[in-house]
Structures are given as structure tokens and as C-alpha cells.
Design a protein around this ligand. Structure first.
Ligand code: ACO
Length: 362
């Protein structure tokens, strides 16, 4: 058996495909290059949800429903107390989502897409002692998230960058959190239960918990000249470099390039510290060289989390909220997979190999 279930096919899907050798991501028949930077979050969400609910959801309709659902989500914030605010943002967000009603219908799905987008910015403001800002239903999902985070109208570049991020990470084959969502859906539990299981799987540092530590690494390295010695000693201590390596990709993660492209207009507009970009370039180059020298038989390249860290930092999200933003974008993929599993799948119930003692014969 393989402990990581690599190469095991555990679901059939029409949602997305990760080609680890070609470095290609397909979402509903379109390549990531066609989508990121060219479509909005609402468009890609409508694409993923198409055919999975009785009511069709064209993008414009979804945009309206999301706007209304963001407004409704505000009512759930009255339960936030000091205990919740002391938790890491993704845990506090998960706790609030756990209070939402479960179900399998489009209304539940839209509520689950909208609520985290309101909860996360509100939690970040509340912990600074500031009042949460009300959503603006007529803004796009990406623009409203940024407006609720910062209290100012985002620029076109900022909205486009967050849209590109949300599109880039909307779905990604049978990764750990999506598998968790499908397992829960296969039991007949509702979409909220699937999303909660998925968030719990996402937050680990080997999955969606990596981008905060990427920024810690850049801060700790400090300047380009330090990149090589810092990386060498981290690897000597047996540590892993956050933002590098992937279970499926044996080449560069295409999402890293989509995010690097999305970052460019922000750099041009002076919204990203040029020194930080130069440092990230130096760290990426040094890490790739060193990983190649040390692991010649295991291709290790940059993954989505490296540029996620730079992009979300540039947009004003604090680093401990990065995993929460990831969850906001990935929820649509989780919901689509959960619906696909519920509609076409079976109860997921693999077997384990017992290696413990056996009772003595009587
Ligand atoms: N830095 C240093 N060495 C690494 C890294 C890394 N980032 N990733 C893998 N390796 C090494 C391992 O130490 C191992 O070496 P060994 O054979 O000498 O023991 C070898 O490469 C193979 O590693 P595996 O554990 O088999 O790789 P796996 O497919 O399980 O790991 C993972 C994938 C978890 C993403 C890994 O690359 C990692 O830990 N990366 C850092 C965390 C990270 O960036 N996570 C985000 C992933 S993207 C996402 O989930 C959204």
C-alpha cells in the first residue's frame, strides 16, 4: 500500500484535472491560462457549479445571489466573542461557518460561498478593535472582500489581482481538502459539513497553511545575498522549504506562474515593495538550484503558495489570514466536488491493513 494514496484513483470528475508531468491544470475543459486574469470569480464559480443543482446559475445571476448572501452573512457576526477572536483567523472563520445551516441545495451553496468572504475581513477588523464593514451587494465578490478588509474602494488592479487569485485556486483535482469534502458528502451529510471538513484539511502546513510561513522565510532571509546560506542551513536541519514541492507536479506548478503574472500590475502600480519582489526572485532561484543539487532524483519546483504569499501580502491581508483567503476561493471547488460525489458517487469506505496482534486461539 501507499500511505499517501498516491496514484490511487478515488473519484471520477468533470471538474478539474491536474497533469503533473505537463504542468497543466484544466478546469471544466479550460486551461488555467485561459481563465486566470481573463475571467472573474463569479464566472469561474458558475462554470464549476453548472449542472450540479436543479436551478441553473448563470454568472450574472450568481453575482446577484452572492451579493445578497454577503449581506445576510453579516447577521452571523453578533456571535463573535473574545474567545473566537483569540483563535487564528481560519479557525475563527471555521467556527462561524459551523453555525450555518446544512443542506444540499443552491441556497446552502451560495450561503457557503458568500459567508466566509464576509467573516474573514470582519474577524480581522474586530481583532483590531474596529467595527466590521457592511458588504456592498453591487460590488463584485473580489472587490467587496477588499473593500470590507481595507475600508476603501479597491483599485482596478487590486480587484483584478484578487479575482485572478480566486480563479487560480478555485479547484485542483483530488487534493487532501477536496478528498475530505467528497468523503463527507459520500455519507449523505450536507454541503456545510463537507466544507468544514475541507477547511480542517486545508489548514495544515503541507497543504493550504504554507503561504504564511513563506513570508516568514522571506523575512528571515532578509536580503538576496543571504538566500543560499539560509536555505542550505534550513535543509541541513531537515526542514522543508515552504512554497516548494508538490505531490502531483513534477514540473513548475502552473498556478505559481498565473499568480506571478497577476502580481505584475500591482508591482507596476507601486503596490508591492520592489525589494521584496527582488528577494523572492533570489530565493526562488537559489532554492531551485539547491533542491536540484540535493535531490537530483526528485524534481522539486515552486508551488502555488510561494506567489500566493506575495500577492495576498500586497493586497493587505495579514499573513495569518492567508489560509482563510485560500478557503474563500476554494469553497466553490469543494462544493462542486461534494455535489458531484452526492449525485454520482457512492459511500467512500476503503479498508485498512491490520498489522496489530491477533487474539490467541481459544
Ligand atoms: N523542501 C525540501 N525538501 C522537500 C520539499 C521541500 N519543500 N518537498 C519535498 N521534499 C523532499 C522530501 O524531504 C523528500 O526527501 P527524501 O526522499 O530525501 O526524504 C522528497 O523531497 C520527497 O518528498 P515527499 O514527502 O515524498 O513529497 P510529497 O509528495 O509527500 O510532498 C509536499 C508534497 C507536502 C507539498 C512537500 O513538497 C512539502 O512539504 N512542501 C512544503 C510545504 C508546501 O509548500 N505546501 C503547499 C503545497 S501546495 C498546496 O497544497 C496548495
Amino acid at each position: 500500500m501507499k500511505y499517501g494514496l498516491e496514484d490511487v484513483i478515488a473519484a471520477e470528475t468533470t471538474l478539474s484535472d491536474v497533469d503533473g508531468l505537463a504542468g497543466r491544470l484544466i478546469i471544466k475543459g479550460r486551461s488555467l491560462d485561459e481563465l486566470a486574469g481573463h475571467t472573474t470569480y463569479e464566472e469561474v464559480a458558475a462554470l464549476l457549479l453548472e449542472g450540479l443543482f436543479e436551478t441553473p446559475v448563470p454568472p450574472q445571476q450568481l453575482a446577484l445571489l452572492l451579493g445578497q448572501a454577503r449581506l445576510q452573512a453579516l447577521a452571523h457576526l453578533h456571535t463573535v466573542d473574545a474567545t473566537l477572536l483569540a483563535l487564528p483567523p481560519v479557525d475563527a472563520m471555521r467556527a462561524l461557518i459551523a453555525r450555518l445551516p446544512d443542506g444540499d441545495d443552491l441556497e446552502t451553496a451560495v450561503r457557503l460561498l458568500a459567508a466566509p468572504a464576509v467573516f474573514l475581513p470582519a474577524l480581522l477588523r474586530l481583532r483590531q478593535g474596529r467595527e466590521p464593514l457592511a458588504p456592498q451587494a453591487d460590488l463584485s465578490h473580489a472587490a467587496d472582500i477588499l473593500a470590507m478588509l481595507t475600508g476603501t474602494a479597491p483599485s482596478a488592479e487590486q480587484t483584478a489581482a484578487l479575482d485572478a487569485y480566486l480563479v487560480t485556486i478555485c479547484d485542483h483535482g483530488l487534493n487532501a481538502s477536496t478528498f475530505a469534502a467528497r468523503v463527507v458528502a459520500s455519507t449523505g451529510a450536507g454541503l456545510a459539513s463537507s466544507v468544514l471538513a475541507a477547511i480542517s484539511a486545508l489548514k495544515g502546513p503541507l497543504h493550504g497553511g504554507a503561504p504564511g510561513p513563506v513570508l516568514d522565510m522571506l523575512d528571515s532571509i532578509g536580503r538576496p545575498l543571504n538566500a543560499r546560506p539560509w536555505i542550505e542551513s534550513a535543509l541541513d536541519r531537515g526542514e522543508r522549504l515552504m512554497g516548494f514541492g508538490h505531490r502531483v507536479y513534477r514540473v513548475r506548478d502552473p498556478r505559481a506562474d498565473a499568480l506571478k503574472t497577476a502580481l505584475r500590475p500591482l508591482v507596476k502600480a507601486g503596490k508591492v515593495d520592489a525589494d521584496r519582489v527582488a528577494l523572492a526572485d533570489a530565493v526562488e532561484r537559489a532554492a531551485l538550484e539547491i533542491l536540484k543539487e540535493r535531490k537530483p532524483d526528485r524534481p522539486l519546483d515552486v508551488n502555488v503558495e510561494f506567489y500566493t504569499a506575495l500577492l495576498l501580502d500586497a493586497l493587505g491581508f495579514p499573513r495569518d489570514a492567508f489560509t482563510g483567503v485560500f478557503a474563500i476561493g476554494r469553497t466553490v471547488g469543494w462544493i462542486a466536488h461534494a455535489r458531484e460525489q452526492a449525485l454520482h458517487g457512492r459511500l467512500i469506505r476503503p479498508r485498512s491493513l491490520y498489522t496489530g496482534p491477533v487474539p490467541q486461539a481459544a
